[in-house]
Design a protein around this ligand. Structure first.
Ligand code: ZN
Length: 74
């Protein structure tokens, strides 16, 4: 499981975050969230900006640390 904050992927001061097993699942949850919370951003999206967002999302997902149990912390 990984967690990504909306603020990491363009949501500025948004505190919404998604925890998901796969990137596809996380992307789906953010899409639903964006339609409600960032309707203006969604309305202004172009194929080019959507492509850039997808690239940024994939990089952020790849860089996000996998959640580990607290017991493993030193
Ligand atoms: Zn948001």
């Amino acid at each position: 499981m990984k967690t990504i904050k909306c603020s990491q992927i363009g949501g500025e001061n948004c505190t919404f975050e998604v925890t998901a097993e796969t990137m596809e699942e996380a992307k789906g949850k953010f899409s639903e969230h964006a339609k409600v919370a960032h309707a203006e951003m969604v309305a202004a999206a172009t194929p080019e900006s959507t492509k850039k967002w997808n690239e940024m999302f994939e990089k952020t997902w790849a860089a996000a640390g996998t959640d580990t149990p607290a017991a493993s912390a030193e």
